[in-house]
Design a protein around this ligand. Structure first.
Ligand code: IPM
Ligand code: MG
Length: 354
């Protein structure tokens, strides 16, 4: 089982190291073998080669079944032009791998209720929302331009979506909903954007094949508010690239911390990119402060979706819960009376539960 490993920048390197410890524990338990091939992406790649994504990185990814990715970016490269920034590397690898469906589960573990920013009565018995974010279209990939006008500039980014692109992600979200609570909320801005109106039409059409799944629609501004007011109304949130980026950061705080949330980005086959939803957090990089749980939970998703190892995926999820049950916490989810441990120790303790 070949895994392309792209630690990237900042805390990316630290959290990836912990995720690999966990995969080694899985190797031991299941007598299987992962082949790890580490390659450069983002700022680290710019420093070494001048490009945020050298050809070797693309080649290694394409000959692997899964990509395990940390995070990219940092102040050092912030002044670089758009197509030479670390983020360009991340967007390119997503596009090259054709992973259009980004699954971002926001699950509140009962152990972390106190770490959520919401009141107990809003959270009830916990939260389990799945954000299905379209990942390789929209404003991220549409035409971008800057031109000089009147002594200043004019700039634009274009949100573009085709029927095909909407159809495939819609199907994906209905399939996901079927395995959950059978409810899809399409989040858009159809009162303003033509692309959103196309989304509504296409998704409604796809829904005809899924009469067992309930579909409703919500404007993105309202959805941002409803996530805080009454998050339990959501099961699957289906949305375009940029809205999904924003709403998944918001949803993460409901679950206690941005550091907790994993993601899986899938295309047509079993190949996937697995990464935490957080960024490279340069302010805490290299200080053993990062929470590796989002990355470790991403590895569980990798075993589930790319390697068909459901038991091992469940082992990892159970190991994280045991770790929390024993009263251990990372700095970002620290609560009074709990044992606070650093990144390395979190990785060791979780791996040892497996
Ligand atoms: C994410 C990140 C990326 C995105 C950035 C780093 C380009 O915020 O994965 O959510 O916007 O997709
Ligand atoms: Mg984001």
């Amino acid at each position: 089982m070949k895994i392309a490993v792209m630690p990237g920048d900042g805390i990316g390197k630290e959290v990836i190291k912990q995720a690999i410890k966990v995969l080694k524990a899985v190797e031991n338990k299941y007598k299987c073998k992962f082949e790890f091939n580490e390659v450069l992406l983002g700022g680290a790649a710019i420093d070494a080669t001048g490009s945020p994504i050298p050809q070797e990185t693309i080649d290694v990814a394409k000959s692997s079944q899964a990509v395990l990715l940390g995070a990219v970016g940092g102040p050092k490269w912030d002044h670089f032009p758009g197509d030479k920034r670390p983020e360009k590397g991340l967007l390119t690898i997503r596009k090259e791998m054709g992973v259009f469906a980004n699954l971002r589960p926001a699950i509140l573990f009962p152990q972390l209720k106190a770490a959520s920013n919401l009141k107990d009565e809003v959270l009830g018995d916990g939260l389990d929302i799945m954000i299905v974010r379209e990942l390789i279209g929209g404003a991220y990939f549409g035409e971008k331009k800057r031109v000089a006008v009147d002594g200043g500039y004019k700039a634009w980014d274009t949100i573009e979506y085709s029927t095909n692109e909407i159809e495939r992600i819609a199907k994906n979200s209905f399939e996901v909903a079927r395995r959950r609570n059978s409810k899809v909320t399409l989040v858009d801005k159809a009162n303003v954007l033509e692309s959103s109106r196309l989304w509504r039409e296409v998704v409604a059409k796809v829904a005809e094949d899924y009469s067992d799944v309930e579909l409703n629609y919500m404007y993105v501004d309202n959805a941002a508010m409803q996530l805080i007011r009454n998050p339990k109304q959501f099961d699957v949130i289906l949305t375009e690239n940029m809205f999904g980026d924003i709403l998944s950061d918001e949803a993460s705080m409901l679950t206690g911390s941005l550091g907790m949330l994993p993601s899986a980005s899938l295309g047509e086959g079993n190949v996937g990119i697995y990464e935490p939803i957080h960024g490279s957090a340069p302010d805490i990089a290299g200080q053993d402060k990062a929470n590796p749980i989002g990355t470790i939970m991403s590895v569980a998703m990798m075993l589930r979706y790319s390697f068909d190892m459901e038991d091992a995926a469940k082992d990892i999820e159970a190991a994280v819960l045991k770790f929390l049950d024993k009263g251990y916490r990372g700095l970002d989810i620290m609560q009074p009376g709990m044992k606070v441990v650093g990144t390395e120790e979190m990785g060791d303790l979780i791996a040892s539960e497996i």
